[in-house]
Design a protein around this ligand. Structure first.
Ligand SMILES: *Cc1c(COP(=O)(O)O)cnc(C)c1O
Length: 822
């Protein structure tokens, strides 16, 4: 017998993963953590017990990941985002820890169905749409490709609202995702910081203070306390931290006031602080210009920067080396105020001189732009910014004067160019432009698709691009294939493994080997049967939830995304109205049975978007009840579109609608999820659709409509939508029907304003693209009628979408921007 003299440090025993052991672990958690036995346990208790057992395994890997030293890791990445649209986590964690089969068996041995309890987990919906979902995919991919990273955001008590449809109208209700607690989070009170607002700025009093050193005496202060969630990468390789801040009052209760009988006043401070992290602003592609929003932005930026600087000083004791050890990525301009907060910390707390502080700041930050829509570019009135953040206002002015001096020194910038570069918008009410601040304060500014990046260079940042020609770069978005293929579509996942083996699980570009099966009729049959099963599952769900009857044999044509005029749900609905008319006029033709599904939330203040939801429901009511089109056309609006709903709808799609006005969708990521699940895309040459066409092949995607250049040209030439409408009998008929109340007989004027907008200006080019869209839809019908053609194109889509994995995107960020080895 060998006896060793070394006493190892206590360490958790390695965990076994056979189903019997897992089942014991689950029962143990159920008994001792939840306090119930298997007989008394309700489905929620089982879910909780499963999460606690998988969580322990995630924590083992988490601790191992955090034990890697800075020396080993080099630079760390900090991803600042006001939104993380995470969805459910249980299946993600179980699957990434490679325990899905074992867990399913373990639960089944206990008489529990994993799918049933998985549905009970609430969606963590701390985001609006694509931007927030991108942040969530990136967190998973950063862990997967082994980038040491922290996500920083806000722990909203009420995330994205829950949408109900009442009489066809959107109704917003609060979502209470924390009602049953959140077993994934850990409160870290020891890492709390104070965040200030308002007050005064005085020059620093000490004799050796530098001239730039100031003392900010905030009039209002709150405590930022973090909650950490572990994010496990694929195969549990690395587990990173998502750190979400919550606001708490410094004095939870003002006892003097309370004792004097002012019970409400005594809680004033507490309510005020808690309001900061209570709700997510439900706006997408339009800025939420209220003061509370700026407070949220500063609150989480300040807490995150204090945390990053504190961690750096603790390890390296020299703030000057920050850029060597930290890369901070700004997800849109929402955290752009962080640029001024780092400057404040460097100038006022660490006493650096301005030029050195500015150099450190620029080398640390990089910024991702997500939109070119002028109305969506964030800016704040100077008086508001100054009142809330007086020291940061001074810093903005100081940065701006150096920026403009640099442009003047370089030459070639006239007054107008200087005006567009300026961080202060001097036209009319003076405003602080957050995009300009983010651009000036970063060493890298990236767009999210090739087209969007080009347009960024030509439009919003054209003058900045002349001043700093090396700064703008492209990072085309991607999605995580773990969630958006392997988990949401187990049937297709299994079929791919059977055909080409497991390599694609670690290298998505290996999906390309499926090319060889595109015309293999046995494979096609299996592929089609899986799609059919997914359609049946969706059809059953819609029957249960909303008593909808949709035929799984019909072509499933799906448009799910935030409701916005530029995304052109209206174009899709108008085409449906036109198709309805044609089916009725020509019942003898061989129409392809179609189900058009819509889903998406409208910002509560966005009148036209809400009206478009109502129109979809009004048209659905008429069409679905008309015996003349029975079985040929059906419309259904699916309420409360969110990540979990996307996971069910996308695998069931035959056709993916990506029909934005060219030049207006920065990238899109919904487009990628559909294609990798075997849907054909009908779309414009916008955002990442352009690159998708290059990858899947022009013959495997249905492109229509004006290009971004053509849209600009048409506008410049004086676009007259009325003439276009008059020249198209089908479009005229559809618009007239909607406008005159055919679908809203009880309120015939309901859609007059909406349709008149198309006749008058049609900013989103609905009329200009209509005929091209309608004929593209008929070519979709032709492909559908040729089973081999449809199946092979769908298979080519799956095979050639590997490049759109967010692992590829993250490797590009790591290599080009963060300089982190991957
Ligand atoms: C992917 C996704 C989006 C983004 O969709 P786009 O079509 O790119 O706008 C929005 N919401 C949810 C829930 C998603 O999963």
């Amino acid at each position: 017998m060998n006896v060793t003299s070394q006493t190892p440090l206590p360490k958790p025993a390695p965990r076994q993963s056979d189903p019997g052991i897992l089942a014991n672990e689950i029962v143990e958690r159920l008994t001792y953590r939840i306090g119930k036995d298997a007989k008394a346990a309700k489905p929620h208790d089982w879910l909780h017990a499963v999460i606690l057992s998988i969580r322990d395994r995630v924590i083992d890997a988490w601790i191992a990941s955090t034990h890697k030293t800075y020396e080993e890791e080099g630079r760390r990445v900090y991803y600042l985002s006001l939104e993380f649209l995470i969805g459910r986590l249980m299946r993600d964690a179980v699957s990434n820890m490679e325990l899905l089969d074992e867990m399913t068996q373990a639960l089944s041995s206990l008489g529990v169905d994993i799918d049933v309890i998985a549905e009970l987990e609430p969606d963590a919906a701390l985001g609006n749409g694509g931007l927030g979902r991108l942040a969530a995919c990136f967190m998973e991919s950063m862990a997967t490709v082994d980038v040491p990273a922290y996500g920083y955001g806000i722990r909203y008590v009420n995330g994205m609202f829950r949408q109900e449809i009442s009489d066809g109208w959107q109704v917003e209700l609060p979502e209470t995702w924390l009602a049953h607690g959140n077993p994934w989070e850990f409160e870290r009170r020891e890492a709390s910081y104070e965040v200030g607002f308002g007050g005064l700025v005085d020059p620093a009093a000490d004799a050796d203070a530098s001239p730039n050193q100031m003392v900010w005496k905030a009039s209002e202060r709150v405590i930022a306390t973090p909650y950490d969630m572990p994010i496990a990468g694929w195969r549990g390789k690395r587990v990173n931290t998502l750190r979400l801040w919550t606001a708490q009052p410094i004095d939870p209760i003002l006892l003097d006031a309370f004792n004097a009988g002012d019970h409400l006043g005594a809680l004033r401070e507490s309510n005020r602080a808690e309001a900061l992290t209570r709700v997510l602003y439900p706006a997408d592609s339009s800025p939420a210009g209220q003061e509370l929003r700026l407070r949220q932005e500063f609150f989480f930026s300040s807490a995150s920067l204090q945390d990053i600087v504190r961690r750096h000083i603790q390890y390296f004791d020299d703030v000057r080396t920050l850029p060597d050890k930290a890369a901070i990525q700004l997800n849109d301009t929402h955290p752009a105020v962080a640029v001024t907060e780092l400057m404040r910390l460097l100038l006022d707390d660490h006493g650096l001189d301005f030029d050195e502080a500015w150099s450190i700041t620029r080398r640390t930050f990089s910024y991702t732009n997500h939109t070119l829509l002028p109305e969506a570019l964030e800016s704040w009135p100077v008086p508001l910014f100054e009142r809330l953040l007086p020291r940061h206002m001074q810093i903005v002015y100081a940065i701006n004067s150096r920026l403009l001096a640099e442009a003047r020194r370089k030459g070639g910038f006239d007054d107008q160019a200087i005006g567009t570069i300026s961080i202060i918008d001097e036209g009319g009410e003076r405003r602080v432009r957050m995009g300009n601040l983010a651009f000036a304060g970063s060493h890298s500014v990236n767009g999210v698709s090739a087209l969007h990046t080009d347009l960024m260079k030509q439009t919003v940042f054209a003058d900045f691009h002349r001043l700093y020609p090396d700064r703008i770069n492209n990072k085309t978005n991607g999605v995580t294939f773990r969630r958006w293929l392997m988990q949401c579509n187990p049937g297709l996942f299994g079929l791919i493994r059977e055909a080409i083996g497991d390599k694609f699980m670690d290298d998505p570009e290996a999906l390309r080997e499926l090319d060889a099966f595109a015309h293999d009729s046995a494979f096609q049959d299996k592929f089609t049967a899986i799609k059919r099963a997914n359609k049946e599952a969706l059809s059953n769900l819609l029957r249960q939830r909303m008593n909808a009857r949709i035929d799984p044999l019909a072509l499933f044509d799906i448009q799910i995304k935030r409701i916005h005029e530029y995304k052109r749900q209206l174009l899709n609905i108008i085409e449906a109205v036109s198709l309805y008319d044609q089916i009725r006029s020509h019942p003898e033709r061989d129409w392809v049975p179609r189900v058009k599904l819509f889903g998406g939330k409208a910002a509560p203040s966005y009148h036209n978007a809400k009206l478009i939801i109502k129109l979809a429901n009004d048209v659905a009511r008429v069409v679905n009840h008309d015996p003349a089109v029975q079985g040929l056309l059906k419309l259904q609006f699916v309420p409360n579109y969110n990540v979990s709903m996307a996971e069910i709808m996308i695998p069931a799609a035959n056709l993916s609608e990506q029909i934005s006005t060219a030049g207006m969708e920065a990238s899109g990521t919904g487009n990628m999820k559909f294609a990798v699940n075997g849907a054909l895309t009908i779309g414009t040459l916008d955002g990442a659709n352009v690159e998708m066409r290059d990858h899947v092949g022009a013959e495997n995607i249905v492109i229509f409509g004006l290009t971004a250049d053509e849209v600009n040209m048409r506008r410049a030439q004086g676009y007259e939508p009325r003439k276009v409408i008059e020249a198209s009998a089908e479009l005229s008929q559809a618009l007239t029907a909607i406008r005159s109340g055919v679908f809203s007989p009880g309120d015939p004027d309901r859609y007059r304003g909406l349709i008149d907008g198309i006749y008058d200006h049609d900013w989103f080019m609905v009329a200009a693209d209509f005929d091209s869209y309608a004929s593209a839809q008929r070519s979709v019908d032709t492909i559908w009628n040729d089973h081999d053609a449809w199946a092979s194109k769908a298979i080519y889509n799956v095979a050639r979408m590997g490049w759109f994995s967010s692992d590829r995107t993250i490797r590009e960020y790591a290599t080009d921007i963060w300089k982190v080895p991957v």
